[in-house]
Design a protein around this ligand. Structure first.
Ligand code: C2E
Ligand code: CA
Ligand code: CA
Length: 641
């Protein structure tokens, strides 16, 4: 074939095309931010290798066509490299297919074995073909024929090994496999029989492109120019791991959600295109991502604090457009996060975002909350508590040392001594002891509360067992969360812990609040009755804080009613409240309920409580919460001991 005065020995136009494709693919891979999976890493390596292999093929034919007199060592060298390159490439494509069809994130042993086997076969048969004069390493076509034949055999091998795993793959992987294999065979076999055309490049350029488009391409939204969540996560991981300072802004557009569903993508588009383009123009380092219908994220590296401030101001200016958008009133709620030491993974970063967004006001106006050092410190404090709770929840050690069991002795007016105590939980987080108001509701949120109760119960039982040996007391109460009593299996679980300890059932009592009974009254009552039948007593906690349903209180098997301190404090200053307290105590006493008052700190409060007829008094005036082991100092020793 004549080519600009030279005689081209072979037609290699497809090899040029394949080089171009491999180059473009590389560009897309570098410019977009696909999810960094193991398969993606293999594909990336395969693309670079394919670029080299295509270039080597072109070089090889170039020597032959344009410089027929070069020393034979040079084409032999490029030929050898070409063969090595093709081996690596075939290995990578095989490994890629293998990764797609197995859950294993690492190379399968069979993959490594196969690739090595392919290498050995390739080199031995190359040697044999060379020695028998069938392979000319300096001739591009001869090399191509040889490699195509082996490639076809390798493809059949792939069908044999990987095809068997197809049952466990997604439909799209199976489909691409069915397209890939026949196509591959067609290309390789026709290459093996072609005398003038070299198009081996198709055998890898096509599958690589196909795989990239199907599984790894991250199309930008063509209108807004935003990327998706996977890309965001890749970008955020890079920022976190990198050394440079950055800013991340996550902005929600509460109104857009409604508009999106009412009027479709159109509405959102018109505003967003405008805003995104303006924001993007602030600086070339800025990238925008769309997390969902109405949440957008922006990332940028920054040079320093001043640069960040400048960029943030410019971004906020650009976002003003959102406020006057057509006939819809709209606003954003944004959070700006910079680099903080300790935010070293995505989980932490997103946790910091959800922590910070709670600090945004509920006002219907645009607002950007900048996470400061002090907010970050609060977050880290809460984060440590959360992590501790999660660990306790997941470890399920009934003796977990991080759950500290305190107890507050309770004074009996009749005997003028301490007869009971309330156990109170504390949490050991690092070297700090954390109070319940900082972790109880969090524990409820993350589903750890029942694990905490079980541990408390176990520890209270151990303390009771020790006290039963030589002390005179009525019992120790333990607080239970509302949520727990809604589970109909609760009673069995608690009773099994009690029974394992071998203590007298009357020595452990449970406190629940009235508000806990609201939704699932039936289940709560069911659990209470089951436990009551087993000799367990119940205390109604925080009486007087919420609405009270007297009928319910009287129906439930409560032995003691605990008046909240707010009733006490108000009763002492407010006449109307005083008569409510007085009446309540009388009514409840008539129904044989035991009366207990909480929060007694002073002499006057104590006098008032005794005058109104309370049977038990709990408060700092009498005793403070302390480690449960100290209780033995409060309860009298049994005399017959
Ligand atoms: P609570 O059940 O009402 O517990 C009584 C709280 O009042 C305790 O706070 C106690 O230290 C405090 N207190 C006692 N005497 C006085 C006093 O004279 N004046 C004042 N101002 N306060 C007094 P603590 O230990 O911080 O517990 C707070 C809440 O945390 C408890 O309120 C309870 O709802 C919850 N809690 C504590 N331990 C547990 C537990 O093991 N499980 C569950 N689910 N909740 C618990
Ligand atoms: Ca309580
Ligand atoms: Ca209480």
């Amino acid at each position: 074939m004549k080519f600009g005065g030279f005689v081209m020995k072979y037609v290699i136009i497809t090899e040029y095309a394949c080089t171009l494709i491999a180059g473009l693919l590389l560009f897309f891979m570098l410019y977009t931010k696909p999810r960094k999976t193991f398969a993606y890493t293999i594909l990336f390596a395969a693309d670079i290798t394919s670029l080299c292999v295509s270039l080597l093929t072109i070089l090889q034919t170039a020597w032959q066509s344009f410089m027929p007199h070069t020393s034979p060592a040079i084409p032999a060298l490029t030929g050898g490299l070409f063969m090595l390159g093709y081996l690596v490439l075939a290995g990578l494509i095989y490994a890629y297919m293998s990764t797609l069809t197995s859950n294993d994130q690492f190379f399968h042993k069979s993959t490594i074995l196969t690739v090595n086997l392919f290498g050995v076969v390739l080199y031995i048969s190359a040697l044999a073909a060379y020695l028998t004069g069938r392979l000319d390493v300096r001739d591009a076509l001869s090399m191509t024929h040889f490699v195509a034949t082996l490639g076809a055999l390798a493809t059949l091998w792939t069908v044999f090994v990987i095809g068997r795993r197809m049952k466990h793959t997604s439909r799209i992987v199976r489909l691409s496999f069915f397209v890939f294999v026949p196509l591959e065979l067609l290309i390789l076999v026709s290459q093996a029989f072609s005398d003038q055309w070299i198009f081996l490049g198709l055998s890898y350029a096509i599958p690589l492109t196909l795989f990239y488009i199907l599984f790894h391409s991250n199309p930008y939204n063509e209108m807004t120019g935003t990327m998706n969540v996977d890309s965001l996560n890749t970008a955020l991981s890079r920022l976190i791991k990198g050394k440079r300072d950055y800013m991340i802004m996550i902005a929600e557009f509460p109104q857009l959600r409604k508009q999106y569903y009412l009027n479709g993508e159109e509405t959102i588009r018109n505003v967003m295109i405008d805003v995104c383009q303006r924001v993007e123009r602030v600086a070339p380092t800025i990238h925008i991502y769309r997390m969902n219908d109405n949440t957008f994220a922006l990332t940028s590296v920054v040079a320093n604090e001043a640069d960040r401030k400048e960029k943030l101001d410019a971004v906020i200016d650009a976002m003003e457009g959102i406020n006057n958008f057509g006939r819809y009133q709209s606003y954003y709620k944004a959070v700006m996060i910079r680099r903080f030491k300790g935010v070293d993974n995505l989980l932490r970063l997103y946790a910091l975002w959800s922590f910070s967004r709670e600090r945004l006001s509920l006002e219907r106006r645009s607002e950007c909350f900048v996470v400061t050092n002090s907010v970050f410190e609060k977050f880290m404090g809460q984060q440590k508590i959360r992590e501790t709770l999660e660990e306790i929840r997941d470890r399920k050690d009934i003796n977990d040392p991080r759950v500290l069991c305190y107890a507050q002795p309770i004074y009996s007016v009749r005997t003028e001594s301490f007869r009971t105590a309330e156990s109170l939980m504390r949490l050991q987080v690092g070297d700090k002891v954390v109070q319940p108001n900082e972790f109880i509701s969090l524990a409820e949120q993350i589903g750890a509360i029942h694990d905490l109760t079980r541990i408390m119960l176990h520890k209270v039982c151990a303390a009771v067992k020790a006290l039963e040996k030589g002390h005179d007391f009525d019992g120790i109460t333990i607080n239970c969360s509302a949520l727990e009593f809604m589970d109909r299996n609760l009673h069995a679980d608690l009773l099994s812990i009690l029974d394992e300890s071998g203590i007298d059932h009357k020595h452990v009592r449970f406190e629940i609040t009235e508000s806990s009974m609201g939704d699932q009254y039936d289940a709560v009552l069911y659990n209470m009755e089951k436990m009551n039948d087993a000799g367990i007593m119940f205390y109604l906690d925080d009486f007087g804080t919420g609405y009270s349903n007297l009928e319910r209180i009287l129906t439930c098997p409560f032995e003691t009613i605990k008046f909240d301190k707010s009733m006490l404090y108000k009763g002492m200053t407010d006449k109307a409240m005083d008569s409510i307290v007085t009446t309540m105590v009388d009514v409840l006493k008539e129904s044989d309920k035991v009366m207990l008052v909480e929060g007694v700190e002073t002499e006057e409060q104590s006098e008032y409580s005794i005058n109104r007829g309370f049977d038990f008094i709990q408060g700092f005036k009498y005793a403070k919460p302390q480690p449960i082991e100290k209780l033995e100092g409060y309860f009298p020793k049994r005399e017959n001991q």
